[in-house]
Design a protein around this ligand. Structure first.
Ligand SMILES: CCC1=C(C)/C(=C/C2=NC(=C\c3[nH]c(/C=C4\NC(=O)[C@H](C)[C@H]4CC)c(C)c3CCC(=O)O)/C(CCC(=O)O)=C2C)NC1=O
Length: 169
């Protein structure tokens, strides 16, 4: 697992260089955004169950076929599996926000996921819709909690969306 600092150090260490002006600039940016990243993560941790529940309801309202007979989230078991997956996406997004790096998503969430979904018939399109709904809810909560610029919150959600769907958002 990697974060913004270890990533930077690794790349300088590979070529035996001292951290230079560019490195210091990106470190400064990372530390200066720290308070906002922690606030966003607090917003997620303290509201996770409700974010997932709300996003699930919104998703099934938007794509009702999912929970009808024949839908991938039909039956209690699959409905719960779907919400559990949403909870995974949310929790790992919060880790990525703190780390300031998306590597944790590759390592823990996305590896092999498309193949698993394809083999189980879990539809990617609606999954992506669910991820994007959670993004909007989290941004709203963070904004209510006083985070002025919430655009950085997009990154992990958009990253998972891109990697899952291999289309640009
Ligand atoms: C932490 C990393 C991690 C992820 C991401 C993960 C995902 C994941 N979701 C799965 C299943 C599933 N995922 C869904 C999800 C959905 N169905 C829908 O219609 C919706 C679009 C969507 C919810 C938004 C469903 C319904 C299943 C069960 C499918 C089945 O067993 O038929 C499975 C198959 C095994 C199982 O059921 O547990 C995996 C591995 N597991 C992990 O360890």
């Amino acid at each position: 697992m990697r974060d913004a600092v270890t990533k930077l150090i690794r790349s300088y260490d590979v070529s035996g260089r001292y951290l230079d002006r560019n490195a210091m600039d990106s470190l400064k940016e990372y530390f200066q955004s720290g308070t906002a990243r922690i606030a966003a993560t607090t917003a997620i941790s303290g509201n996770a169950a409700s974010i997932v529940r709300q996003a699930g309801l919104a998703l099934f309202e938007q794509v009702p076929e999912l929970i009808r007979p024949g839908g991938n989230a039909y039956t209690t078991r699959r409905y719960s599996a779907c919400l559990r997956d949403m909870d995974y996406y949310l929790r790992y997004a919060s880790y990525a926000l703190v780390a300031g790096d998306m590597n944790v998503l590759d390592e823990r969430v996305l590896q092999g996921l498309r193949e698993t979904y394809n083999s189980l018939g879990v539809p990617i399109g609606p999954t992506v819709v669910g991820i994007q709904i959670m993004k909007d809810i989290v941004k709203q909560i963070a904004s209510d909690a006083g985070v002025e610029d919430t655009t950085f919150i997009d990154e992990p959600f958009d990253y998972m969306t891109r990697q899952l769907s291999e289309v640009s958002v």
